[in-house]
Design a protein around this ligand. Sequence first.
Ligand code: PAF
Length: 293
Amino acid sequence: MQQLSTLAQWRSAANDARRRGRSVGLVATMGALHAGHESLIAAARENCDEVIVTIFVNPLQFSSPDDFANYPETVEADLAACERWGADTVIVPSVAEMWPHYGERETTTVVVPELSEQWEGAQRPGHFSGVAAVVTKILSLTGESTAFFGEKDFQQLAIVRRLVSDLALAVTVVGCPTVRDADGLALSSRNVRLSESGRARALGLSRALKELSSAPPLSADEARSAMKRVLNEHGVETAYAQIVDSDTLRALTPKDEGNARAIIAGIVDGVRLLDNGPVTVVSAPEESHAAGH
Ligand code: PAF
């Protein structure tokens, strides 16, 4: 496994691979790697000849300096994990390499309208323009490739798909299922910041999603209420618990039916946690439409 740090090395590693007729698989990360990242690298390993992993904690996507400063950094362990999991190249650029003018002047960002404005975007201003900027740069430096992103960050995945399509980048985006601990907690680099009791409360998110599949089919409104109830029962502060269209991420109305996505953000021990899952909803009876839902 080779470790690179400059953009020039990165570009030529990907170009060299393609010149040798090898397909390139990309996994973009912010480090603090866990089994969720392992599954992305495994998918890249299975589907592509050459696997490139990037490790870069992108300052542009943090809404507060504290959140950026507290983000776990475990580069040595991450490199060892990448080697074990079969990456060919790991790129660990510095902030100065990625954003040479960071802190000096505003950096170019990429805005994906509508998709970025709701849910996480509404509560974390600037977050998705920072994500979209770094992902656009990572994809453009890597060039023609297949990029693997986790479904755990469902809104991010929708935004990446949209920007790749709108900007006609030569990248195929593959969404990979969320990896969970045995008790259902979705893996996240932020989980290490949970206390023991916080971790138990955090199970409220996956249990709220589970509630939707075990119940008889619910309307979008009933599903939202059911999720909020479970989150409250677990002492999770609900940022949102919504039923949305899987592509546009617009909230479903009580009249809507069919396949959709349940998305949740909750705060436990001051840590923002996300989860989501597929859900099928039924149209609510006419009287509840009339009741102004
Ligand atoms: O999901 C992440 O780890 C980050 O948002 C990403 C996609 C690597 C961009 O910094």
